[in-house]
Design a protein around this ligand. Structure first.
Ligand code: RP5
Length: 263
């Protein structure tokens, strides 16, 4: 691997070394994914967008939204972040955080924070096992159908993020409802790299019937889809001329498994 591809200085000297932001990255064979497997020629694609490159970091955005550190080794509180992480992670010899699931084929960061970026994903389901619906939004960045989740604000608890994101993106206010926490997981987000990734708390809200939902904030649309199975959801999303956000499939599958156990 060409080590200079990892450094912010190299980026400043050679702006052309960036692949387009939506570059899918280097394909990582399953047997080379683990960090414990040596891969001397590994050359992940740099996907840091302009607003997160070193020059931009000195100019704007409050540091509670975005790490001002141009490189991950400059972050000072890794010990605390590791202790607070939803999913535990290690640092490499340079002091850079390593994606808990191994190599992604992408480096740099396309998320505000180095290391774990905490999110929450409220899965709102209405109806009964005979006729069940799930509330999804169309994300305004990738224009795919996704759970109406979002990043946690600093110091915000997962239940608070769940409620806030749902309200902001769909207008649905479930402040008086107790969700079932389904779990915590690394989300296979399109912005993930080897050194910055999304981990989320997913939770299930159960309603007797659908309620009015209006897209707002980061959502272009808010839609109730049939949710008897993932296949049924897929078919309905496709019929609507849309695509299901692949990273949310495991979260939705887990919700279905929970619902099927209950019925
Ligand atoms: C997904 O992106 C997470 O599961 C969550 O739904 C969302 C958080 O990012 P933003 O919507 O805040 O961009 O990966």
């Amino acid at each position: 691997m060409n080590e200079t591809r990892y450094t912010a200085d190299a980026v400043a000297l050679d702006p052309d070394c960036y692949a387009p932001v939506d570059h899918p990255g280097l394909t990582v064979p399953e047997d080379r994914r683990c960090w414990s497997v040596s891969w001397p020629g590994y050359a992940p694609v740099e996907i840091t967008p302009p607003e997160l490159r070193p020059a931009a970091l000195t100019r704007h955005v409050p540091n509670w939204v975005v790490d001002r550190a141009a490189t991950a080794d400059l972050v000072l509180d890794w010990e605390q972040r590791q202790a607070d992480a939803l999913i535990s992670f290690d640092l490499d010899a340079r002091g850079w955080p390593l994606h808990p699931h191994g190599r992604t084929g992408r480096t740099g960061r396309n998320l505000g924070k180095w290391g774990e970026n905490q999110a929450a994903d409220p899965i709102v389901v209405a109806g009964t096992s005979e006729q069940r619906w799930v509330l999804l939004i169309t994300r305004d960045d990738i224009e795919e159908e996704a759970i109406p989740g979002g990043m946690a604000d600093p110091g915000e608890t997962a239940p608070a993020t769940l409620r806030r994101e749902l309200r902001e993106e769909t207008g649905v206010d479930l402040a008086d409802q107790q969700p079932v926490i389904l779990g915590r997981q690394v989300v296979d987000d399109w912005r993930n790299t080897d050194h910055a990734w999304v981990a989320s708390t997913s939770a299930l809200y159960l309603l007797p019937a659908t309620v009015a939902a209006i897209a707002d904030d980061d959502a272009l649309d808010a839609t109730w889809y049939p949710f008897g199975s993932l296949d049924q959801l897929d078919a309905a999303v496709t019929e609507a001329g849309r695509t299901l956000y692949a990273a949310h499939r495991p979260l939705l599958q887990r919700a279905l498994e929970y619902l099927n156990q209950q019925s």
